[in-house]
Write a protein that binds this ligand. Structure first.
Ligand SMILES: [Zn+2]
Length: 244
């Protein structure tokens, strides 16, 4: 087994769209494994404890949630509480009606895109110490926060699942942490897109690019050029949409 390094943790924010940190006992025991809602969960060693780092979906219901933990072949109980959070609403006007009310052919493409995107986010590499601190991938104005409840031309749509950084087309987009490119593509809503797998299920996504500068399978270092800001897909102007 690869060596396990102690590392810093993200800030716990136990709300839908936040991060839960769940203590799984002393690191003198073998590394446990954990699943949440069927998906494998990142476990890191921190101050001589095993800690599960659980990314909480925006759609998660507040209340108590269980992790399925296996430690030395035994099932271990681990529960964490999620508090409610009301995210602000955001109303956006889109000129291209097709981007709000896609036609039948568009809907087929969107379904294909969603399957590719789902698979990219389900990527898993067994890195014992994935990078947990990220720098911003481009320079610009933060134009839309994470979690906003969104209305396009007055119609409720999926909440905002990332952070928007407004910057002119062509602005460099840099890898905010080391990883492996696990998918690139051009999608109906997301435009030109890159996915980077940082290890243990931590996958980041970069949307609306004008150019993709990496190939599928490439290893990237923190700070390496991966593409350029653009306005491809459903946008009102050039920006990077970044999801971690
Ligand atoms: Zn966005």
């Amino acid at each position: 087994m690869a060596p396990v390094f102690a590392q810093t943790l993200p800030r716990a924010d136990q709300v839908p769209g936040g991060v839960a940190l769940v203590d799984l006992g002393p690191a003198s025991a073998p590394r446990p494994t954990a699943r949440f809602q069927g998906e494998p969960i990142m476990i890191v060693k921190h101050t001589d404890r095993w800690t599960a780092v659980v990314g909480l979906p925006l759609s998660l219901k507040p209340g108590d949630h269980d992790l399925d933990v296996q430690s030395s072949g035994q099932k271990v109980a681990a529960t964490f509480a999620v508090a409610a959070k009301q995210y602000p609403a955001q109303h956006i006007r889109i000129k291209e009606r097709r981007m709000v009310d896609p036609g039948p052919e568009d809907l087929k493409r969107i379904a294909r895109d969603q399957e590719v995107i789902r698979r990219a986010f389900a990527s898993w590499r067994d890195d014992p110490a994935p990078p947990l601190s990220f720098v911003l991938p481009t320079q610009g104005r933060l134009s839309s926060e994470f979690g906003l409840r969104r209305y396009f031309n007055g119609q409720a749509r999926q909440p905002h699942s990332g952070l928007d950084i407004a910057a002119p087309t062509g602005t460099a987009v840099l890898a905010p942490a080391a990883g492996v490119v696990v998918a690139i593509g051009d999608y109906f809503f997301n435009g030109k897109t890159i996915f980077i797998d940082h290890g243990q299920g931590l996958v980041s996504m970069y949307n609306h690019l004008s150019r993709i500068a990496v190939i599928d399978g490439a290893q990237v270092r923190r700070g390496e050029l991966i593409g350029n800001v653009g306005a491809t897909g459903r946008v009102t102007g050039a920006h990077l949409h970044w999801t971690v």
